[in-house]
Design a protein around this ligand. Structure first.
Ligand SMILES: [Zn+2]
Length: 369
């Protein structure tokens, strides 16, 4: 009996030590991605230099350009005397990336390069991340001035480039919508336009946003959409929003804008040029002005990843950006079938979304394409 007691006394500390050692190595292994640090930073509002260094990464096409800090930095101010700029600047706002495990420094890098693979177009890219994972609302000094910080950045770059293209998904898409009136083309996949509509697991695992700051997002997006729709901007300006029609979190966000849902919201007509099921042949995909909402028959919030795997992402982006490719790959039979399905789809209306909402949850999650 005495032996058993001593055995227990020895077991408890060794268990505690093993758990601590496991946590230590687990966090150390993922530290490079900044996942745990960014979540900790989001809740505590503590600023970490390790994360801040990854806020901006500027990649000019002209390799002779030495006018900006090399690699990543918390502040990369546009160097006004730089003469190496390309006509186009992409600004990529990385999402929460909670599935792939952390803060990614160069989200959209592969897709942007692939877009221009067979063209002579040169382009610069500014990759942005949100170290605090708070919908880009925390500035580098952590004073909730992120909206002013990023809008100033987009505004400055828009005077230096012929066209500025904003692209982002999820919380990255939120800031794309918040700056869309300042850019030439803005593309947002599954943007979160009202973080208060996110479920608790999302708030804990995904992105944290206090209610007061959520209001900042709602108001700025509505103002921008109204401005773009009524052409109150003095340059070509278009915002394309893509949502997964069968994803419950996306439906909640979409209902706020296109109407419908459990609360029978009304459609914000003064904000929208077109709400439609996605069809690659729709000429509005290449429109230079307006606010377009596209619904995809997809059940996942990670729509861009789904489109990439089904080889629809690059053709879609080519239409938005007016990029012509000399050799477009031959369509596979699966792609032809998907396109046929898309041709048969109809313009989405409020009842369509409501029907989707009312169906069995299990059915809703089954992808139809
Ligand atoms: Zn330069």
């Amino acid at each position: 009996m005495v032996h058993l007691q001593w055995g227990l006394y020895a077991l408890i500390p060794s268990l505690v030590i093993s758990i601590l050692a496991f946590l230590f190595f687990f966090i150390k292994r993922h530290r490079g991605h900044g996942y745990f640090l960014s979540k900790f930073s989001a809740f505590t509002r503590i600023r970490f230099n390790h994360l801040e260094q990854r806020r901006q990464t500027y990649c000019p096409a002209n390799k002779n350009c030495q006018c900006h800090p090399v690699d990543s930095s918390s502040h990369i101010q546009p160097n006004l005397s730089c003469t190496h700029r390309s006509p186009t600047l992409y600004m990529s706002f990385a999402g929460a990336a909670m599935i792939v495990g952390g803060v990614r420094t160069t989200e959209w890098c592969g897709s942007i390069s692939q877009l221009h693979d067979q063209t002579d177009n040169s382009f610069d890219v500014l990759f942005l991340t949100d170290p605090a994972q708070c919908f880009y609302l925390q500035d580098p000094d952590y004073k909730w001035q992120g909206l002013i910080y990023y809008r100033n950045l987009v505004k400055t770059y828009s005077t230096l480039y012929q066209r500025v293209i904003l692209i982002g998904a999820s919380l990255g898409g939120s800031m794309v919508c918040m700056c869309a009136d300042l850019a030439t083309i803005s593309i947002a996949f599954n943007p979160v336009l009202d973080p208060t509509l996110l479920g608790l697991p999302w708030r804990i695992m995904g992105a944290f946003c206090p209610a007061r700051q959520a209001q900042v997002i709602r108001e700025q997006v509505q103002t921008n959409m109204e401005k773009i729709k009524s052409e109150k901007v003095n340059h070509n300006c278009v915002l394309h929003i893509h949502w997964s029609q069968l994803s419950a979190p996306d439906q909640r966000q979409a209902h706020r804008v296109v109407g419908g849902g459990k609360q029978k919201k009304s459609r914000q007509k003064e904000c929208l040029t077109l709400v439609s099921d996605f069809d690659i042949n729709n000429p509005c995909l290449s429109s230079p002005v307006g606010v377009y909402v596209w619904f995809h028959r997809c059940s996942r919030h990670a729509l861009a990843m789904h489109l990439k795997r089904s080889r629809q992402l690059i053709p879609l982006l080519r239409h938005h950006l007016g990029v012509k490719s000399e050799s477009i790959p031959q369509n596979t039979s699966q792609e032809k079938e998907e396109q046929q399905q898309q041709k048969q789809s109809t313009v989405i209306d409020m009842p369509t979304l409501a029907e989707v909402n009312d169906t069995n949850e299990h059915e809703v999650r089954v992808p139809l394409i």
